[in-house]
Design a protein around this ligand. Structure first.
Ligand code: NDP
Length: 337
């Protein structure tokens, strides 16, 4: 049984040396616990934050600790009436092949309802992040313009498709021609743009002739700088993620532009609201699952998964995601379904 541990804290961009693989005996479940075999491990941008000991909304992974993460697992031993051997569950047991968890900390999945991996993507945390952030904070109205970056990923792809379901125009931003084509042609966004294009600022202006009403913020950095001047009066900015700055080790060079940002928020009456998806779980998760399952069934929401084979590939795949080498929701197939 293998686990991936945090070997050291990164300074700037993480490297493979920040991880180490450990081999230990399979653990034994105690009273009211279950032994789980990992099938899929979710890799998500927030894990960069857990590698760091900077102040955040969650505790860091200790050096030498197992990397955290959501999993889809099979119950292989159970000391509880809540779950039975052979059940598939969603758990949070991290980057490892086997794990013991309290039975009340896992939730059963019905493999006949949807492919198991979707519980980590479109029907799980990232899909819910898009749903709650867009509908509770962004509140797109018919014919408004919604802009989102990382648009080929699980959060951004759902944001644009839900925006269209609500009657808004969706403008997606992604890295490279393949992702741009996918966002426009397969996901059905009204426009898709490449943030690496030398003409990106002009292309964004041409794509948003009536300005931007909702900017769902996933990335920060140069994309935010291009978007901000185009946000309309009473615009809403759900602040979901800032992946362009997760590896930053210092503030950017140059004059402090925060007065420009604050002035823009004031003079355009903008709402900028940060959120961590779990604040919305209690009130909205059930409705999300119903709505999203329906939208997938009737073809209005499409999704793509990027499945990497083998736990030993997890560090490399995770490092790639921070640079955009993933194409779709990144999951590791740790063991057979
Ligand atoms: P993705 O699978 O979309 O992966 C991240 C993507 O970010 C990359 O593929 C890359 O796409 C893009 N990216 C990386 N660097 C840059 C950059 N400098 N400029 C522009 N784009 C960049 O991830 P998710 O859909 O899982 O997550 C998207 C965002 O949502 C992240 O910021 C994440 O932290 C946040 N999040 C927040 C949650 C919350 O509760 N607040 C919950 C879940 C996610 P490309 O190749 O297109 O550039």
């Amino acid at each position: 049984h293998h686990s991936v541990l945090l070997a050291s804290r990164p300074h700037g961009e993480p490297t493979p040396e920040n991880f180490t693989i450990e081999r230990t005996p399979v653990p034994e479940p105690g009273p009211d616990e279950v032994l789980l075999r990992t099938i899929y491990l979710s890799l998500d941008p927030y894990m960069r934050g857990r590698m760091s000991d900077a102040e955040s909304y969650d505790e860091p992974v200790p050096v030498g600790g197992v990397m955290v993460g959501g999993t889809v697992s099979e119950v292989v031993a159970s000391n509880s009436d809540l779950v039975t051997v052979g059940d598939f569950v969603i758990a949070f047991t991290g980057w490892q092949e086997y794990a013991v968890a309290p039975a009340n900390a896992v939730r059963r999945l019905d493999p006949s309802r949807a492919p198991l991996s979707t519980a980590l993507g479109v029907l799980g945390m990232p899909g819910f992040t898009a749903y709650a952030g867009l509908l509770e904070i962004g509140r797109p109205q018919p014919s408004e313009t919604v802009v989102v970056a990382a648009a080929a990923g699980p959060v951004g792809s759902a944001v644009g498709q839900i925006a269209r379901i609500k009657g808004a125009r969706a403008v997606g931003i992604a890295g490279g021609p393949e992702k741009v084509r996918y966002v426009k042609e397969e996901l059905g966004f009204d426009v898709a743009l490449d943030h690496r294009s030398p003409d990106f600022v002009d292309e964004l202006a041409a794509a948003t002739p009536d300005g931007i009403d909702v900017y769902f913020e996933n990335v920060g950095g140069a994309v935010f700088d291009a978007v901000l001047p185009r946000v309309n009066e009473f615009g809403r900015i759900p602040l979901c993620g800032l992946i362009a700055q997760y590896n930053a080790t210092a503030l950017p060079e140059g004059p402090d532009r925060s007065p420009v940002l604050l002035r823009r928020i004031l003079t355009r009456s903008l709402t900028v609201r940060g959120f961590i998806q779990r604040e919305f779980v209690k009130a909205h998760y059930r409705q999300f699952q119903e709505d999203m399952a329906g939208w997938i069934a009737d073809g209005r929401v499409r999704y793509r998964e990027d499945v990497v084979d083998g736990l030993d590939k997890a560090p490399e795949a995770f490092l790639g995601m921070l640079r955009g080498t993933n194409f779709g929701k990144l999951v590791v197939q740790v063991g057979p379904d």
